[in-house]
Every structure is written in C-alpha cells, then in structure tokens.
Write a protein that binds this ligand. Structure first.
Ligand SMILES: [Mg+2]
Length: 349
C-alpha cells in the first residue's frame, strides 16, 4: 500500500528507460575468468566444452526472451545480445533488462556446468557483469558485431601461437610473451606453420569465428499468404459497396489493407524467427546478412545437419548430453559452419 509516510522514498527511484526505435546491445563478461579457467583446468588455448557451456547459457537467454533478442555473439568469457529495435521488454528499462540477462545467463551457466564438466566440480561460484549500450542504426550494429568478431580472431591467433610456443615449443610463458612482442598477424601464422606444422585457417571455426546465435526460419521460403485472409477482406469490401461515400470506402479499404499487410508481416516474422541457429561463421562480410543467392540448398544442409539441427533448434539445452559434447563435437557440425543469408531477419523490426 502506498500512503504510508515512508512511501516518498519511491521518488528516489529514477526512470531509466532507453529511448524507442534504437538497438540495444547487452554485453556480459566473466568476472575474473583468467583465474576461474585456471582453477578448473580449462584446456589451452581453447576449451571447447567451456565455450559450449557459454553457448548453452546464451541459448537459454535467447529462448527465455524469445521475440526480444534477435542475435547474440559470444567468444571467450563474453556474450553480446542484440535486442530488437521494437522491443518493449521491461518498458525498455536499462537496469531491468541488463540485470535480467546477466541473471539468466549466470544461472544457466551454473545449472549446466555438470553436463559439460562431469568430473570437475565447480570450485567457486562464477559471476558475470553486464552493460547495455544503445546503437542508433543497423550500420553501427553491424560494426559492433564486426568489432567483436575481429577481436575474437586477434585474441585467438595470439593465444594459439603463445600456447604452441609454451606447450609444444618448451618456452616459459615469459619467454613466449617476449617472442611475440612486436609481431604482426603474418608472423604468428608463420611461427605456427613453420615451427608447429599448424595451418591456422584450418583450426576449428568456433575458435576463429566465435559463436553466433540467431533466430531464423525453419525453411528458406516464407510461406505464401493463406487465401483465408484474402477472402475475409473481400467479404468486408462488398458490404461497403452500398455505402455512398466512395472516398470513405476507399479510405477504409486502404486502412484494412494496411492492417492486413502488418498482420502478414508479423506472421512472416514469426515464421522467420522460429528456429534458433548456432553458427561459427563470418559475420563481418555481407554473406551472413544478405539473402543467400540460391536459398533452397536446404535439402542438402538438412541432411548434413540432421543430428545437430535437432539439438540446436528444438531443445538445445536438453538434447546434448555431456558424453555427446566430448565425442560428437557439435561445434564441428557442418550445419554450424554455413551462415549464408541467415542474418536477414535480424533487423526486421
Ligand atoms: Mg572477463
């Protein structure tokens, strides 16, 4: 009940709604994960099970906030979630949105830990921080995700070379750091190739490209407008033929057409966002964002991905048992490697 003499304290709570019609990105980041990964003996330079656990937690966020988040990108101990421009989640309140996403992610990370590390009990409770940034348009949003993916590449090339020098080359961590000082990308490629026989570009895509989660459609083609809606509108139209005011009739018809177009658009959007895909593909170039030149290669890709598409799309969190993670290596499934045209629904609203 309001009305007590204490109720005035409510006035100290300030509004923090973000302006409408802009894109919101919430980036969460592991707190002290350098120490956390050492404590739990994560593999160097990359631990695919740890990354897959991050992906599982992020898919939980995407599923819980279905319709609000269009895309997510993760690498190392961080994940970025892109909220739809039109989202009205928590009345667009910054603190509510950020804290809820951080909370969903963290609890899912802890909840799923035993499935990914059955022989390694959690030593300490992990935690994540989060920030919300507002971006004005699609071009800047794309640049944001390009920035994160470029960062993935730079860090991974460095770490891969660094740990090759330490684990295979016998250098101390200090010596490896020193050796890599001032090197450029091509130097690191060369060290990997000539000294360790590693072709960097053939390493697992999940390490080089990070993980992109996107709501997309189950089939490449959006279903045609069902005849039922058309019939309905025609019926309504004939009733109005008797109305004398032709202008009014046209106006109403126009309004109805608008309404129907909006309804159809909503329906199409729903169709397009029915399936959550997990990808390790390039999102810097246009290929991911623009419609694929020849969409129906679906038959082929479905065949390739039968095993993981069910895991990725229907119930990602329950479908992969821990034994599967280690042996089936879902991150190498071909269905995760081709993202052509799958980003087309990201900016729909
Ligand atoms: Mg961190």
């Amino acid at each position: 009940m309001a009305g007590t003499r204490f109720a005035y304290v409510r006035n100290f709570e300030l509004p923090d709604s973000v302006i409408p019609s802009v894109y919101l990105v919430v980036r969460i980041d592991g707190k002290g994960f350098h120490k956390f990964s050492a404590l739990h003996s994560f593999a160097k330079p990359n631990d695919p099970s740890a990354l897959e656990l991050m992906n599982t937690a992020a898919r939980h966020v995407m599923s819980s906030l279905k319709g609000h988040i269009a895309l997510a990108f993760g690498e190392s101990d961080e994940y970025s979630f892109l909220l739809r421009k039109s989202t009205t989640l928590y009345n667009r309140r910054e603190s509510k949105i950020t804290t809820h996403i951080v909370s969903l992610f963290t609890s899912a990370y802890v909840f799923n830990w035993p499935r990914f590390f059955p022989n390694t009990p959690l030593q300490v409770p992990p935690s994540f921080d989060g920030r919300l940034v507002v971006y004005p348009n699609e071009a800047v949003v794309r640049d944001y995700f390009s920035w994160r993916q470029a960062d993935t590449h730079i860090n991974n090339l460095y770490n891969t070379t660094f740990w090759a020098l330490v684990l295979q080359g016998g250098l101390t961590e200090q010596q490896a750091t020193k050796q890599l000082e001032g090197t450029v990308s091509s130097d690191k490629h060369e060290i990997l190739h000539s000294r360790f026989g590693v072709n960097y570009d053939r390493l697992e895509a999940i390490f080089r490209k990070g993980t992109t989660l996107v709501w997309t459609h189950a089939t490449a083609e959006v279903p045609a407008i069902p005849g039922k809606d058309e019939e309905e509108s025609e019926d309504e139209g004939t009733v109005l033929v008797n109305a004398k005011d032709e202008k009014l009739r046209r106006k109403l018809q126009g309004k109805r057409a608008d309404k129907q177009a909006k309804k159809q658009e909503k329906k199409e959007r729903k169709e397009r966002t029915a399936v959550l895909r997990t990808l390790h593909c390039d999102i810097i170039g246009d290929e991911f964002w623009l419609p694929a030149p020849s969409p129906p290669t679906i038959a082929g890709s479905e065949q390739q991905s039968t095993s993981s598409s069910s895991a990725d799309t229907k119930d990602t969190e329950a479908a992969i048992s821990i034994k599967d993670v280690a042996s089936s290596q879902p991150w190498n499934d071909p269905s995760r490697l081709n993202g052509a045209g799958l980003g087309t629904a990201v900016f729909l609203d």
